[in-house]
Design a protein around this ligand. Structure first.
Ligand code: FVH
Length: 288
């Protein structure tokens, strides 16, 4: 008998989670604010609850996947969660996670916060992984249950750490996509089609550049490697002005790119002109 699971929220992601639990043989009770959402789950054996209270009463493992933290708060408040493990996979901040952890613990439940590193179509597949932090008891008890969704990555007992990892990765993703979108706007300004440009140049270029990340991380952890930087910051700051000037000349808003140019100039002014990109990271700290 697989652990009975409750899924609160049947948006795109909650539906994928419920479908995956059902496929793995977990008795799965679902609740959604708007009734009748994701009717395909009925044929897979989902049990529909009409209220969150009815839904959480059916089993020991409650998975929450709603839009934002305020929704989680209004849905969970007042429920009898005593003795249950509450796993909140709603996107949120570390502070929100710690706050929810406190409120859930106060009503006698174990709390795990989670950060899903997958889109709905990836859930249950090999590429999906999910950060968890919070109650080690809940994680140990439910690792196998949660593993059907994606590779579980437990990052610590502080409930805020999963959200921190999640937001770090999303920050990197949005930075990368922002740059790629700027590139596509630039070539589009000369009617160069996006698809062949992406396949022939953009994707191979980004893939090659990403291989620099481990070296940047090593520099951060161990200090700059000896010897001259292959692409020093003084050179990069000088060339960066061309990115802004060319964008403006092509009538493309440089707003996504400008802050990086300012950071490069600040690094050079602070004496890091001979160093590599790792030198930018400490400057992002607000107290720097
Ligand atoms: N989809 C994705 O690609 C990402 C992948 C990484 C993780 N995120 C986060 O997962 C959370 C849910 O995302 P989603 O994709 O399921 O979002 P929607 O399809 O928009 O569904 C939203 C659900 O939230 C319910 N809801 C909204 N407001 C309320 C409320 N005030 N009270 C109760 N429930 C509420 C909504 O219900 P309804 O509109 O159908 O009644 C949906 O069930 C999210 O944190 C992502 O950042 C997804």
């Amino acid at each position: 008998m697989k652990t009975p699971v409750t899924v609160l929220g049947l948006g795109a992601m909650g539906t994928a989670l419920a479908r995956t639990f059902l496929a793995a043989g977990h008795p799965t009770t679902v609740w959604n604010r708007t009734p009748g959402r994701s009717p395909e789950l009925d044929a897979l054996g989902a049990i529909r609850a009409t209220t969150p209270a009815e839904a959480v009463a059916t089993g020991p493992l409650v998975v929450v996947c709603l839009l934002v933290d305020a929704t989680v708060r209004s849905t969970l408040d007042g429920l009898d969660l005593s003795g249950k493990a509450v796993v909140n996979l709603t996107n949120g901040t570390p502070a929100q996670a710690r706050d929810t952890a406190g409120r859930v613990a106060a009503v006698g439940a174990e709390y795990l916060d989670g950060g899903i590193m997958a889109v709905p179509a990836m859930i249950g597949g090999p590429g999906a992984f999910i950060f968890y932090s919070g109650s080690p008891v809940a994680f140990e008890r439910h690792t196998a249950d949660l593993a059907v969704l994606g590779r579980p990555e437990y990052v610590g007992g502080d409930a805020g750490l999963a959200a921190l990892h999640d937001i770090a990765l999303l920050s990197a993703m949005y930075g990368m996509f922002g740059g790629a979108q700027h590139a596509l706007a630039l070539v589009g300004s000369e009617k160069i089609p996006a698809a062949p440009f992406t396949e022939a140049f953009l994707l191979p270029w980004l893939t090659a550049m990403l291989t620099a990340l481990p070296r940047i991380a090593k520099d951060l952890d161990e200090g700059p490697q000896s010897g001259p930087a292959g692409s020093n910051l003084a050179m990069q700051a000088a060339a960066y002005d061309n990115l802004i000037d060319a964008s403006v000349a092509q009538d493309i808003d440089p707003g996504l790119l400008s802050p990086m140019g300012e950071l490069l100039r600040r690094a050079v002014a602070a004496g890091h002109g001979t160093e590599d990109l790792a030198a930018l990271v400490p400057l992002l700290r607000r107290s720097a």
